[in-house]
Design a protein around this ligand. Structure first.
Ligand code: AMP
Length: 195
């Protein structure tokens, strides 16, 4: 099964994608993680994306589509994948449909994690506090100012995916406000009813 997980920054996509990866034995394809790995390795791609990501803007469709296209051809994606943080624009969603179609695959379901802005900002603040308390360095794009930009970018560029997947009858909306296991249960119920 190929599924897309999307929602505003801090909605819990990464956490839920990791749980799903274990529960359903599907690889998690997180463009955010891939881009952060490129930055850590000091590659030209990383250098190109760093400033954009630190500001909370989106890197170009061309870059992320290329990364995903390469990743899709790895053997672990043959039976499906969890797309986490990709697609983030209509152009990316169309490209993903084309990439899958040319491989005889398709998106089965797109899950929107819904959560209000106030809760997102609260979660971000507590995440920063916890990281600092445990001696970790918070993500540079996790500051309250950058988060506000990431939210604005989400509503402008990514939220149109709601209509995109609704028109394909693939949209399922899950309340992301609950505790992690509760949200995981809701997602599992959606997937069980899709399979
Ligand atoms: P994430 O870990 O999904 O929150 O992504 C962190 C940052 O990586 C985003 O704010 C963007 O700058 C960049 N990024 C990740 N995925 C994409 C994507 N699909 N399209 C464009 N930029 C992305």
């Amino acid at each position: 099964m190929n599924l897309v997980l999307f929602g505003p920054p801090g909605a819990g996509k990464g956490t839920q994608a990791k749980l799903l990866m274990q529960a359903r034995a599907l690889p998690q394809l997180s463009t955010g993680d891939m881009l952060r790995a490129a930055i850590s390795s000091g590659s030209p791609l990383g250098l190109q994306c760093r400033g954009i990501m630190d500001r909370g803007d989106l890197v170009s469709n061309e870059i992320v589509i290329r990364i995903i296209a390469e990743r899709l051809d790895e053997p672990d994606c043959a039976t499906g994948a969890i797309f986490d943080g990709f697609p983030r624009t209509i152009g990316q969603a169309e490209a993903l449909d084309r990439l899958l179609q040319s491989r005889g695959r398709k998106i089965h379901v797109a899950i929107e994690l819904k959560i209000n802005d106030e809760m997102l900002l609260q979660r971000a603040e507590s995440r920063i506090r916890e990281m600092i308390a445990s001696g970790q360095v918070p993500r540079p794009d996790d500051t309250p100012e950058t988060l506000r930009n990431r939210l604005e970018v989400y509503y402008r560029k990514t939220a149109p995916l709601i209509a995109y997947y609704r028109n394909q009858d693939k949209l399922r909306t899950v309340d992301g406000m609950g505790a992690i296991p509760e949200v995981a249960r809701e997602i599992a119920a959606v997937l069980d009813s899709t399979a």
